[in-house]
Design a binder for this molecule. Structure first.
Ligand code: PMP
Length: 392
């Protein structure tokens, strides 16, 4: 019988087979890969330079008690959701936990996007919004930002006109660093009552406006947060969405069972208890971000964009301006050339930053993440040398 089953259909010789055919959306996706050479100072991925003091040790102790032969405990998961909710003045039922906030973004698309539906985002922004759209089959619609990277009101009107099922906001925005004005997300949610408005606050702990709650009243808002940045646990993949009522219930159904592993549940629970240690790291990183910004501004040949996150977007003067965005123009080519020389120059001094020149709307742009003071010192020194090399 096996032999018969394995024999398959006879080949007719008329069809050229290249194996199973993936969905067109998936075929078009590029793998998420960024160069990560070994360097002394790694400032390319908006990670925290450390697991906050005390937390790492507690995680290891706690993990050693776990029964890893068992599926993750639902009771511990509920307790974690309750603790996160309490941190934001919300209830356990309003917290949706994900394997990194990326998984929350995907779940939103599985639940509210998909074939025949559209998702709007405002470029330049976090590239995963287009990736989750493609994966879920949602039609991605990229609208532009203004020169200061703010979102024009006409773009919100456009999202309404095309009947977007999902609108992605990101505040502070990655990789530009700017925050949406106070009340902006609430305004969008009110203007688009039948749209899920996703407010990605991965970097909000570094910002001026700590966001959240009043928004959830709208019942069409999901605020997305992560333990990967300020809490220093990018290696463990823990994120969450905050949403009210039916939206939260629907999202919870859109994950596979046991999406959060037992180690991550314990680690996140410890982080919530150690909020003040995390707060201290946030303060250090925000200060270092401001030092980085000032040091770039000190070079007349460079531009730095003001940031409320733990990173700074920068490049040669003119980088990131809309008029330089026609990639084939000679201005764009020369901006990208100079930016790449800067990137290489920094790497020669063993400092790694992110090359954003290929991202839509980011001609000539690089992004540097904030680290500890000695890493800022290294960056400042390396930047000085790289600039001098380009100028001479
Ligand atoms: N949102 C934004 C804006 C991000 O920059 C990132 C991390 N690069 C994430 C979400 C995802 O974070 P994680 O999946 O690690 O929670």
């Amino acid at each position: 019988v096996m032999g018969h089953l394995l024999a398959g259909r006879p080949r007719t010789g008329t069809q050229v087979s290249s194996g199973p055919d993936p969905r067109p959306n998936v075929k078009r996706l590029l793998p998420y890969r960024t160069p990560r050479p070994e360097v002394k100072t790694r400032l390319d991925a908006n990670e925290s330079p450390i697991v906050p003091p005390g937390i790492g040790k507690r995680i290891i102790e706690q993990v050693s008690q776990l029964e890893l032969n068992r599926y993750p405990s639902r009771a511990r998961l509920s307790e974690l959701a309750g603790a996160i909710g309490a941190m934001h003045g919300l209830s356990e039922s309003e917290v949706v936990l994900g394997n990194g906030s990326n998984e929350v973004l995907l779940a939103i698309h599985l639940a509210y996007g998909g074939p025949g539906r559209r998702a709007v985002y405002f470029e330049p922004t976090y590239t995963v919004y287009s990736a989750v759209s493609m994966l879920a089959g949602t039609k991605p619609v990229a609208l532009g930002r203004l020169d200061d990277f703010s979102i024009p009101e006409v773009a919100i009107e456009e999202a309404g006109r095309i009947g977007a099922s999902i609108v992605h906001l990101c505040s502070p925005n990655n990789p530009t660093g700017n925050e949406d004005p106070e009340g902006f997300a609430a305004m969008v949610a009110a203007a688009l009552p039948n749209t899920v408005v996703v407010v990605d606050e991965a970097y909000a702990p570094f910002g001026k406006d700590s966001g959240i709650t009043e928004l959830l009243a709208g019942e069409n808002v999901v605020v997305v947060r992560t333990f990967s940045k300020a809490a220093g646990l990018a290696g463990l993949r823990i994120g969450y969405g905050l949403a009210a009522g039916r939206l939260a219930e629907t999202l919870k159904k859109s994950f596979l069972p046991y999406n959060l592993d037992a180690v991550s549940i314990e680690a996140a629970s410890i982080c919530v208890e150690e909020a003040s240690a995390i707060r201290e790291v946030e303060e250090v990183l925000s200060k270092e971000r401001d030092r980085i910004f000032a040091s770039i501004e000190g070079h007349p040949s460079l531009i730095a964009y003001p940031s409320s996150a733990n990173f700074v977007l920068f490049g040669p003067q003119g980088a990131g301006r809309a008029q330089a965005d026609d990639d084939s123009s000679s201005e764009a080519r020369s901006l990208n050339d100079s930016a790449k020389k800067l990137w290489e120059g920094l790497l020669e001094s063993s400092v790694l930053v992110r090359d954003c020149t290929a991202w839509p709307g980011l001609t000539g742009c690089l992004r540097v993440s904030a680290g500890f003071p000695d890493q800022t010192d290294h960056f400042i020194e390396a930047l000085g040398e790289a600039v001098a090399r380009i100028v001479t």
